[in-house]
Design a protein around this ligand. Structure first.
Ligand code: MN
Length: 291
């Protein structure tokens, strides 16, 4: 199933190019709030049959007539893997903006995860807004995003997949500076609108192997990134399991699994198109931040 949020915080399922409203499945106290999707994910085992029923019977609204919102606007936690593709590690080591202490063999195996502010999340209809900092550069990173389905701690990798609700196309927009002395990674990646996700969550049953997906990203129709999740150094199961040994994972939490090589600058006026095979295409404009 392809699950979206749209208009006045409704929950919908995409069927044949239309949106079917399934908002009614979640408890009234969450309906119309940013947390309705968390309630849907947390209650999925019980709610899925009713969602499927509405997806088959509710009136269909053409996708062009709705405003899509970020599918999970308020995850409790937004994790991200640093340096999880070898060729991206190499391009960072060779760059003029490599953070202090970056080594050729670095990966999430030794570095673990970092977190982004959840307030950086934006949706398919929102522009990426670059803050007015003339001596900084802003880079695109296309990533497979994993949406956690069940509360979990201390997971073994073999049990991790069972705790995945679904997948999203995700951009990890990043501020970079020349020279080794950069702001904390958390700040550089947490500006508002620096984590576009969507357009839909594709449920895990439709994607048996998240390690077999092509990722691509274009800026103004120029192909910048083209890679495959088979090249992840640390795969989805291991990433979730390791994080769950640090802190309890919650339904709706998002894990950005890392970007491949080809990261590069974006400027106001650009249009970014990011695609994760079988998961979706996210197209967002880039603007100067108006505040
Ligand atoms: Mn990243």
């Amino acid at each position: 199933m392809h699950i979206v949020r749209y208009d006045d915080a409704r929950l919908g399922v995409l069927v044949d190019g239309g949106v079917r409203d399934v908002s009614a499945v979640v408890d009234e106290r969450w309906r119309g709030t940013p947390y309705a999707i968390n309630a849907l994910i947390a209650g999925w085992d019980e709610l899925a049959p009713r969602v499927a029923q509405l997806a088959a019977s509710a009136p269909s609204v053409p996708l062009s007539e709705v405003r899509l919102l970020p599918p999970v606007p308020r995850p409790r936690q937004l994790f991200a893997a640093p340096l999880n593709y070898r060729r991206h590690v190499a391009e960072m080591v060779d760059s003029t903006h490599a953070p202090d202490g970056l080594k050729a063999g670095s990966s999430p195996s030794d570095l673990g995860f970092f977190v982004k502010a959840t307030g950086s999340i934006s949706g398919p209809g929102d522009a990426v807004q670059l803050p007015p900092l003339p001596d900084r550069r802003f880079h695109h990173e296309v990533e497979l995003g994993v949406v956690v389905g069940r509360t979990a701690r201390g997971l073994r990798p073999a049990a991790a997949r069972d705790h995945v609700f679904g997948y999203v196309c995700l951009l990890d927009i990043t501020m970079r500076t020349e020279g080794p002395h950069q702001e904390e990674r958390t700040l550089r990646k947490s500006f508002e609108t620096f984590t576009p996700i969507g357009p839909a969550i594709v449920t895990a049953d439709e994607l048996p192997d998240p390690g077999d997906l092509r990722l691509r990203l274009w800026v103004n129709d120029e192909l910048r990134q083209d890679a495959h999740t088979a090249d992840l150094i640390v795969g989805v199961d291991e990433l979730l399991a390791r994080a769950s040994h640090v802190v309890t994972l919650h339904p709706g939490d998002i894990y950005a699994t890392g970007t491949p090589d080809g990261v590069g600058p974006i400027e106001p006026g650009d249009v970014i198109r990011a695609e994760v095979e079988s998961v979706g295409t996210l197209e967002v404009a880039v603007e100067r931040r108006p505040w």
